[in-house]
Each structure stands twice: as C-alpha cells, then as structure tokens.
Design a protein around this ligand. Sequence first.
Ligand code: MG
Length: 369
Amino acid sequence: MRIEGISVYQVDLPLHEGSYKWSGGKSVEVFDSTIVQIETDTGVVGFGEVCPLGPFYLPAYGSGARAGIGELAPHLLGEDPTQLVRLNRCMDHHLKGHPYVKSALDIACWDILGQVTGQPVCTLLGGRYGKDFVLYRAISQESPEAMAAKVEGYRAEGYRRFQLKVGGDPETDIARIRSVSEVLQQGDVLIADANTGWLMHEAARVVRAVKDVDVYIEQPCPSYEECLTIRRRTDHPFVLDEVIDGIEPLLKGYADGAMDVVNIKISKFGGLTRARQARDLCVSLGIAMTIEDSWGGDITTAAIAHLAHSTPTEMLFTATDFNSYVTVSTAEGAPQRTGGRLAASKEPGLGVAPKREILGEPVARWVAR
Ligand code: MG
C-alpha cells in the first residue's frame, strides 16, 4: 500500500463562549485548524487534524503546521501509511523536531490502518476499556464569581471534573480556586491549571493559601525545575503538562517524583504513535494521565477518544472533547459527549467522515507522479 496524494485544508473554529482565556493574558477567539487528507493507491483515504492553542502557547502555530506539512509531504508520497513506526522515522529523517507538524499526518495514517484492518483505532491502540470515559471541562479565565457560575452550569450538563485556568494574579487565583471549590459536590474533581503562568514565589503563595482545598495543581511555572521546586513545597496532587513533551522529560519526571499525573497532548508528542508510546510507559510506571490535544475540532476529538478509550480506566485521569467547545463541525461520525463522558467510535479507523462543504478547497496538495 502506498500514499498517492496528500491534501491540506484550513478551517477556522470559533468558540461557543466567544473566547478562551488563560494565563498571561493569552486568549483566542477563533482557532486555526489544519486538516490533512491522505489518499492511497487502494482508494482508502485517511484524515488527521492539528490545531495549536494560538501561536503563543506551545512552539506551534497554524501556518507553521501547514508549512511543515509542505516540507514533509513530498517525502511521504510512495511510503506505506500502515507501517506507522517506520513512517514516523521517515518523517524524523526529513524534518528534525516540529512534532506538531507530524501529528496530523500520523493520525491520518492510523485512520487508514484502521480502515484497512476493519478495526477502530481504539482497538489497534490496545483495546477498549469500559463503555465510555471521563472528561473534564476547561473553565476559561474570568472573575472568581464568573468561573464558579460556569462550573455550576457545566456541572448541570454532566461534567464532574473542572480545570480552572489560573496562572494570573495570585490573589485573584486564590479567590478563583476558593469560589469554585465552594460550588463543588462530593465526587467532583478540581484542577487549577496555571499553564506556566506563575513565578515561583507566586505559585508558593497560591499553594499555601489553598492548602485546605482538595485541588490538583497543574504546571504552575514555565520550567521543569521551577515546577519541581513548587512540587517539593506542596502536598497537593501535581500535574505536569507543557514541559512533558517527549519520553526523556517523562522519564526524568518519573525519576524525580516530579508529578502524579501527566498531560499527554497528541500533537505535543507528534501524533498517536508517539503519544501511545508515552501512554503505555505511563501505564507501566503508574502515572495517571490527562489525554487530549492543544485544541481541535471533530477529527482531533475522535483521535483523543481512541487514545483515551484504549487507556486503562484507572490510569485515565481525564480527557477533553474539544468539539463541544467550537461552533463548527468538520466531520460526521465524531464522538459527542453524553454528560461529562465520551466514547470512541466503533467504526473502522477514526470513524469520521469530513464535511466537504466545511473543508472547502485544499490550500495545498501533493500527488505522486
Ligand atoms: Mg494543562
């Protein structure tokens, strides 16, 4: 089997809430998503998506994804899309780094492998655990009262895990955590995600001030070393996200006892192949996981669902359904949340059929000669 064509589409994804705000005054109103279509000589077609959280979150941006795919695409024509580890080595050979660029291409090849073998990607990633899995709801940064009201609203919709966007002024963040914790009920889980936004002295103040609150602290500071310092000063359960972007930092974090949970974003690791490697390692090491991506629509949500649903239930801390945050649906068949839970499709591959009228014309296309 060989890759005969690669097409790239660009889709804007506006938000139901109008905007998404997090640490450092960062916010996005319309996400810039890139969808990749890979065609094969057998007629099987696969799809993948990559959608950075704006250009100022991780070292990734929308037009960068498309430029990088343009760098790789000519080298992938003629390659076998079902030999995924080999294909990833091929991408690494032709483009050093830039994992997010490779993510949509890798996901599209998993979609192809699933269709060729007649299996959902979830099965190929290890097997399905349970009927469905648990989601969290990200609560965009607002006033403490507004965030508490949002949590109550999303709680009424069925969510039981809430990730507050903090990482701002420490006193306001303390009030955010306190006001939200007051509206939670037994069994709810609260995560305060600073997204690298605090200096160490600010993080130290916050964790001390909320010592009596049952809250997870996620990525308080920019660097691994700063986070480790705060980790050693607090007994809150601790999540690392932005600094865990490959196997080496994951192993270092494990050796240092730097976290209880890691956040595995598919594009941060470079696609499902590499995210699965990290996921399986975390299962072996006893590190629970949030499984998600930087952002995305229906195709990203489908990919997250397959990786999350194939993760042993007790190891999956939580996951995300980005397609319920955005106003544009790019594909039929994508998983839709029921309450605060989601399930991967049982159809072969990712189980999605992109909507041609939404994708429009490709912004770039390569065809084997
Ligand atoms: Mg995070």
